[in-house]
Design a protein around this ligand. Structure first.
Ligand SMILES: C[C@](O)(CO)[C@H](O)COP(=O)(O)OP(=O)(O)OC[C@H]1O[C@@H](n2ccc(N)nc2=O)[C@H](O)[C@@H]1O
Ligand SMILES: Nc1ncnc2c1ncn2[C@@H]1O[C@H](COP(=O)(O)OP(=O)(O)OP(=O)(O)O)[C@@H](O)[C@H]1O
Length: 314
């Protein structure tokens, strides 16, 4: 009987910005207790999974040479996790097209892990439900459940416990991609170091009440002053040039700017799409970052791209 080889499955998965990132105490398990508001934005990776005789990962696109193609790629971890649950052997060819800044604080690796979970669920015709998939995601990394979910959500725990949040309309961002990367664990360690050394009791973000109201109102000018990130001082301590980037963004007319997650990418909130184009043009000429992108959110999480667009050379 002729066996039908399943067609490759392509998944598009967004980057994230932490609009609010409150970092609590270091827990016994080595993670920090978080209260964060994630928003998925329209910078994305595309991940294709296809049946193969042996496992392989290839990476193309922006800064692809900085991404590993062995077992240290989070996509590999995701294959192992789902194969363990479903009994598959995990011989899969994965192709990743990067559009999310690498090591930028926008959950680039987490996004690819989420995309692999979604793609393999389709490829292997697995009937795993969303909650179980989210649990598998949480086991891969703290940002992976949000990369699955997308939209706008309040994250607690390590960031893996998510509750949807109302965000009206779209918010428009200019993204300043830095020349280098920052190691997430190193930024958290630096925060603990700064907190240990501060006599005055360092600033910690309060509850995101004003931010949640600004999101529900769809009001960018109200959202701007409510943006906050407890990891920002640590990212600035490890990469002081980010101060110039943040200053250049607001001088270019942005409503506000923050380091995205553990950084070093900086996200600048604008009034609307046209304003974002103006700010991006001005920032691109300021010589304070490797490249400048425009994005908007919220957008959905990891989702299969219909067949007819595979091979589309857009
Ligand atoms: C900075 C954020 O991107 C904000 O959303 C996330 O907290 C980081 O999420 P992530 O990269 O998926 O992090 P994981 O891969 O789960 O953990 C990597 C390392 O970051 C640190 N980490 C991560 C999450 C957390 N709540 N507290 C931590 O201290 C720990 O040292 C951990 O070993
Ligand atoms: N699929 C992947 N894409 C990008 N980086 C990956 C991937 N898999 C593993 N890595 C490694 O993870 C490191 C962190 O990259 P990543 O893009 O996940 O950082 P990040 O966006 O700051 O993550 P987060 O915001 O979740 O902390 C990179 O330096 C790279 O070596």
């Amino acid at each position: 009987m002729l066996s039908v080889v399943p067609r490759p499955v392509r998944v598009r998965v967004p980057a994230k910005i932490n609009l609010h990132l409150g970092v609590g105490d270091l827990r016994d398990d080595g993670y920090h207790q978080l209260e964060t508001v994630f928003q998925a934005v329209s910078l994305s990776d595309e991940v294709t999974v296809a049946p193969a005789d042996r496992r392989s990962i290839t990476v193309i696109g922006d800064n692809a040479n900085a991404v590993p193609t062995d077992h240290t790629n989070l996509a590999w971890t995701a294959i192992d996790a789902l194969a363990a649950m479903t009994g598959h052997r995990g011989e899969v060819a994965v192709e990743i097209t990067k559009g999310i800044p690498v090591a930028g604080g926008m959950a680039g690796g987490s996004a690819d892990a989420a995309a692999v979970l979604v793609g393999l669920t389709r490829l292997w015709r697995s009937d795993i439900d969303r909650d179980d998939l989210s649990s598998v995601a949480a086991g891969i990394g703290s940002d992976v459940p949000f990369s699955l979910r997308g939209g706008t959500a309040l994250g607690t725990g390590r960031g893996e416990h998510l509750v949807g949040v109302l965000s009206r309309g779209s918010f428009h961002w200019v993204i300043a991609v830095a020349g280098g990367g920052l190691s997430t664990p190193e930024v958290y360690r630096e925060l603990d170091h700064l907190r240990a050394g501060s006599a005055t009791g360092e600033h910690r973000a309060g509850p995101p009440d004003e931010l949640l109201q600004a999101l529900a109102a769809g009001d960018a000018r109200r959202l701007a002053p409510a943006l906050c990130n407890d990891l920002q001082p640590a990212a600035l301590s490890l990469m002081p040039t980010l101060r110039r980037t943040l200053r250049a963004g607001t001088e270019a007319g942005a409503l506000a700017g923050i380091v995205s997650g553990s950084g070093p990418t900086c996200a600048f909130l604008c009034d609307d799409a046209d304003h974002a184009v103006d700010v991006a043009a001005e920032l691109a000429g300021a010589g304070v970052c490797r490249s400048v992108r425009i994005a908007s959110g919220p957008v959905p999480g990891a989702r299969v791209v219909p067949d007819e667009t595979i091979g589309d050379d857009r």
